[in-house]
Write a protein that binds this ligand. Sequence first.
Ligand code: EZ4
Ligand code: CO
Length: 409
Amino acid sequence: MKIVAADVLVTSPGRNFVTLKVTTEDGLTGLGDATLNGRELSVASYLSDHVVPLLLGRDARNIEDAWQFLYRSAYWRRGPVTMSAISAVDSALWDIKAKAAGMPLYQLLGGASRRGIRAYGHASGRDLEQLFDSMRHHLELGFRAIRVQTSVPSLNAVYGVPATPATKGENGHYEPAQRGPLPAEEDWDTRAYLRHIPGVFEAVRNAFGPELPLLHDGHHRMTPIEAARLGKALEPYDLFWLEDCTPAENQEALRLVRQHTTTPLAIGEVFNTVWDYQTLIREQLIDYVRSSVTHAGGITPMRKLMDFAAQYQVKSGMHGATDISPVGMAAALHLDLAIHNFGIQEYMPHNELTNEVFRQTFTFQDGYLHPGDQPGLGVELDEKAAAQFPYQAAYLPFSRLKDGTIHDW
Ligand code: EZ4
Ligand code: CO
């Protein structure tokens, strides 16, 4: 099953996506998501300049071998660009293998461990009234778990809250990357944030009752002791998880947070290998793994990571923001369905244009996602439609403190 072509497709139906399409000599095709938000063209170049020439002529069936070859032969290991590129190859080869077998990918991964995949959506608001509207809207859409983000008094622009609220029924989900030549500047004040957030969760619990699973994303902004304080303050409101409470580089930080709070912790959307989790999982410092198939090197290493995590009762909570393309989302859903230690799946629906370019078979019903039963991943890329939306430069924002110091965004 020789690989005869590998094409890198960059398209921007509302936002940028990078997709690898691998074709075999018998005409089978497989897709892989290689989207790295705000740095898309570096992965496209890594693939087309350095990986595609290595794929031509290889046997598409040997996925583990392809992964090890791309990882080890590069010599320069890890990093988001390298790992997103390897992810795309790995997913595309799994797509091909499952199509050749005539099965949806989850069957090759061991079959379904559950009927559906519980997903959480993103509610947000500049104030409580907008937040509650957004929460009710998500409940109407069927979500049975909701991430809560709000503005903070004294701050102009905060992660997770769109400048203008989504109107009801419109698919106006928060999209942090903005088109244009320069990144947008946001402001930050951790003390103001820490004073504000517990009251928001108290109000949400009072309004929506004790049952609804609630999540919150700290987006890498706190020191360990600040994160510990927030986790403790949120305990009465029974969060499903507190995400990315401290920046990603320092696994030891979570030890300090963990000593102080029983609020469950999730981390890792910006991690890209199992090594980033070694201490966190072995010492049981976290409860949920946030990596996506798209950024952690593909289905092959994500399966290994989740099996390692299972030994410590750590569960999955895969990243599913809109910068994970429908191809990356489908790959996540097949894995979510197959693994035993599934926790929850993040789900931000893509816009209509994206869904026209990427034809999908996955479904969202009554709060549960399902990858569908088409052979392979179940996503096809309409290349004609994709070509109508050329790449447009877009950056993620950055933050500054009141005195101008750059802070973690
Ligand atoms: O900021 O995907 O939990 N979700 C997130 C996302 C990330 C974006 C970055 O590309 O933190 O909104
Ligand atoms: Co996050």
